[in-house]
Design a protein around this ligand. Structure first.
Ligand SMILES: [Ca+2]
Length: 372
């Protein structure tokens, strides 16, 4: 894990090539004749007011091993603790090198307070402090990349049609990417860069076939409308409110997960040992594994999504548009929850095993949550 953290996806590529070459003589030949297809992934998260973003980051980090390469994480909430916590989580899961981007607005020191239900707790600042690490250690949120520049850098460096973007929060950064113009990274404008590099955009937001959901109205509805109504340069898959609302996860991670795991702690801080809906983990699971995961199917054959200026959305059944779909579960909600719990636990245990092997759990700086 530490080696991978140092070398990033170069190590992933070599590992994949070696894996292919070790199978057979024919496979040895493929090492020289074919490039292993790796799915490149960028996450855009509002990690702040719901812990399912942390669960989603765990899944993305855990998937980034043999088939997925996590290129960057952009944060679309302006709290400095959101960016710091993202960096901390990435570092814990062996991705200390992965760059973190931030919104163009000034960062704040806001912390979450559940003024709606007085039920949920704050976790971003606590995870950021106790698990400080990665490219943005505690106190260094201002070192984050400008999210739009980070998009343009990693997209310009990626193979054509190789990048999946998973949006699990607000659409501010993606709106900026869409509006961006040629720079030192690429002579292409945002729309052309997306067309060249993005294989699929996966958006958690809206309801299907129509709805009024937080990720579209909760920050700046006009930016959500800008992205959804103008993104025609790649296929899009939508993960709606109804997909994850009744898929409850986190309970097994809290009950059985490693004591020093930051995402387990985040769920405990946030939920007080209950579980949460799984909007973002399901979205990232689709982004990493697609329909091949066996959990999803498309809810429509054709048409496109439209967002109004107040953030509501409705599907437009235009049979000339064939590259936009909303997702439905192909399995029961309980089965989807069980699969998420399995993956969350497996990812957390793999990271803990690595830490124990290399450092010894009690020697890891900043991790003092053995009694959680
Ligand atoms: Ca989110």
């Amino acid at each position: 894990m530490l080696l991978r953290a140092l070398l990033g996806c170069v190590f992933l590529f070599v590992l994949r090539a070696f894996s292919l070459s070790s199978n057979s003589h024919d496979a040895v030949m493929t090492r020289f004749s074919a490039t292993p297809q790796i799915k490149n992934l960028i996450i855009d998260t509002d990690l702040f007011s719901d812990v399912d973003d942390a669960g989603a980051l765990l899944l993305a980090a855990a998937a980034s091993s043999t088939d997925v390469c996590l290129l960057a994480v952009n944060v679309n909430h302006p709290s400095s603790y959101s960016a710091l916590a993202a960096s901390a989580i990435l570092a814990h899961y062996g991705h200390a090198h992965v760059p973190v981007g931030r919104v163009r607005r000034p960062l704040t020191n806001e912390t979450f307070f559940d003024s709606w239900f007085f039920e949920l707790g704050e976790y971003a600042s606590k995870v950021a402090f106790h698990w400080s690490g990665g490219t943005l250690p505690w106190g260094h949120a201002d070192d984050a990349w400008d999210a739009v520049s980070l998009y343009r850098k990693v997209l310009s460096e990626a193979d054509d049609q190789s990048v999946t973007i998973a949006s699990i929060g607000f659409l501010e950064n993606l709106s900026g990417l869409l509006n961006s113009t040629a720079d030192g990274y690429s002579s292409l404008n945002g729309r052309a860069l997306i067309a060249a590099k993005v294989e699929e955009l996966v958006i958690m937001g809206g309801g299907y076939p129509s709805g009024y959901e937080y990720n579209f109205w909760g920050s700046n509805a006009s930016l959500a409308a800008h992205v959804v109504n103008n993104w025609d340069a790649s296929p899009i898959a939508y993960s709606g409110y109804e997909l994850g609302a009744n898929v409850r996860s986190g309970a097994r991670l809290m009950a059985e997960g490693p004591a020093a795991d930051p995402v387990r702690a985040a769920y405990i801080y946030h939920t007080y040992n209950t579980s949460r809906p799984s909007w973002d983990p399901l979205t990232v699971l689709y982004a990493t594994s697609g329909l091949a995961s066996g959990l999803f199917e498309y809810g429509n054959e054709f048409g496109y999504n439209h967002v109004t200026e107040n953030g509501s959305n409705a599907w437009v059944y235009d049979d000339s548009v064939r590259n936009q779909h909303w997702l439905k579960l192909k399995v029961t909600e309980d089965a989807a929850a069980a699969e998420l719990e399995r993956r969350l636990l497996e990812g957390a245990r793999a990271a803990a095993k690595d830490d124990n092997a290399s450092l010894g759990l009690n020697q890891v700086p900043g991790r003092h949550f053995g009694d959680l």
